[in-house]
Ligand binder design. Structure first.
Ligand code: DOR
Ligand code: ZN
Length: 477
């Protein structure tokens, strides 16, 4: 059989092992993995001497702003950034304009994404106070999962009450879809921010003061209780504090289907960086005191935190550099720099490259039912491949990013590890550090290949829907 592409002389990395070998690709899939002399003939060969071959990263948390904010990002620039970062699948958030809250809006976003994307993607549907009745139509139209904002952030999507959250979990639990949570408690933050504003605080650290770690502890704990009661699957986005690790660990110990992610900025930045970076560092949840960094790192290496994501949140430079911190837009790009920043730790011996492949590809694929189609270098899997020069030292330069947002806290940081080629289902999206224009529009939604394990809803005779349908005495039995 003639393969489309054979990559020779790579160091292949999986979640468990590394070995020298070749990888053959045909019709978008991995055809063979192994020694050079057993590889099939191919239309094209690539010599990857000196490069590591990893499963492309799956970043389950990006904001591509399309439709709504073309000056910040769109599906072309966002997925180009992903390709340059060795990321082959992204899950995109619903805080666009209009928010991804019903089938019609979701269908429009699918049309935009499928025409522009260089990499594969999943779209989140919004789970809010007023969109609980849209769960079915959103699933039919194709979502990877749901996003629920327990706390306010960019886009000003109102946070549902705990009552609405419970009902939302009741409705989503039987579908098996995972609910990703912005776990910060809104009422605490609103009061804090208003008190700080009244006191005249407009400095960057006021942002951290408005969102103390207790907002995350409270939100993670509450979400875990509701998930335990309903059997809903949940995912804790952007873990920012040491203290929220305890409710996460306790929920896992109780058998709650809960996963967690952190982002490079919670591991490598701290309150000490606010003076240097000013508004650039403003992000929700905030970058916290230095004491949080090591426990978060340790939770990642121990497996308590399941994965690394980026919360890629592009904004224009003028939106990030205002004097009054409350006027600064929250977040910064990350999809393009995650691999180099994390691999620098691998180069320093702080983690193994297999650990890193689990955090960036294997575990996200498993949590959203994409395994073993994605996140793995094995025959039959999608040929989503990231070839990386692990020894390449370089400095991050915001001006050279593919993202339309040329402002990050990483500018000037020295990193070790550079993605050289990125292949999405067999096609080069980035080759020799050049974008492959012909691959634009090749990206596809992964909801169609998602296979979540059977749902395990609980307390079905206690749901709002059941109580309303059941005879009056049902609740008394
Ligand atoms: O800082 C943030 N920015 N946190 C979020 O949760 C949203 C994001 C954005 O969309 O800009
Ligand atoms: Zn986000």
């Amino acid at each position: 059989m003639l393969a489309d592409l054979v990559i020779h002389n790579a160091t292949v990395v999986t979640g468990d092992t590394t070995f020298a070998g070749s990888v053959a690709v045909k019709d978008g899939k991995i055809l063979a993995v192994g020694a050079k002399d057993i590889m099939p003939e191919a239309s094209e060969t690539l010599d990857a001497t000196g490069l590591h071959l990893l499963p492309g990263a799956i970043d389950v948390h990006v904001h591509f702003r399309d439709p709504g904010y073309p000056h910040k990002e769109d599906w072309a620039s966002g997925t180009a950034a992903a390709a340059f970062g060795g990321v082959t699948t992204v899950f995109e958030m619903p805080n666009t304009i209009p928010p991804t809250a019903n089938a019609k809006i979701l269908a429009e976003k699918h049309a935009i994404a499928s025409s522009k994307a260089y990499v594969d993607y999943g779209l989140y549907g919004l789970l809010g106070e007023d969109t609980i009745d849209k769960v079915d139509e959103l699933i039919e139209t194709g979502v990877i999962g749901f996003k629920l904002y327990m706390g306010n952030t960019f886009g000003a999507i109102p946070s549902p009450t705990t009552g609405a959250m419970l009902e939302a979990f009741e409705v989503v639990a039987p579908t098996g879809k995972r609910i990703s949570l912005h776990a910060e408690t809104n009422s605490i933050m609103e009061r804090r921010q208003s008190a700080l504003t009244k006191a005249g605080r407009i400095d960057p650290l006021a942002h951290l003061a408005a969102r103390p770690a207790v907002v995350a502890i409270e939100a993670v704990s509450r979400a875990a209780v509701l998930a335990e009661w309903t059997g809903a699957r949940i995912h804790i986005l952007h873990i920012s504090s040491a203290a929220e690790l305890r409710p996460l660990a306790e929920a896992k110990a109780r058998g709650v289907d809960i996963t967690g992610e952190t982002c490079p900025h919670y591991i490598f930045l701290s309150a000490d960086d606010y003076a240097r970076l000013g508004g650039i560092i403003r992000v929700n949840p905030p970058v916290r005191e230095r004491e949080n960094q090591l426990p978060i790192w340790n939770a990642l290496t121990s497996g308590l935190i399941d994965m690394i994501a980026t919360d890629h949140a592009p904004h224009a430079p003028e939106e990030k550099t205002r004097n009054d911190i409350w006027m600064v837009d929250c977040g910064f790009p990350g999809v393009e720099t995650q691999r180099p920043i994390m691999l620098t730790e691998v180069a320093a011996g702080h983690a193994s490259i297999c650990d890193y492949v689990r955090w960036s590809a294997v575990n996200p694929a498993k949590a959203w039912g994409l395994w073993p189609r994605k996140g793995v270098i094995e025959p039959g899997a999608d040929a989503d491949i990231s070839l990386i020069d692990l020894g390449h030292r370089w400095r991050i330069d915001d001006a050279k990013l593919q993202s339309r947002s040329k402002i990050t806290p990483w500018h000037g940081r020295e990193v070790c590890g550079l993605p050289i080629h990125t292949i999405v289902r067999g096609k080069f999206a980035m080759r020799d550090r050049e974008l492959v224009a012909a691959t634009q529009g090749w990206g596809r939604s992964v909801h169609s290949i998602q296979q979540m394990p059977p749902p395990q809803p609980k307390n079905l005779d206690q749901t709002t829907a059941f109580i309303l349908k059941a005879p009056k005495d049902a609740a008394l039995r």
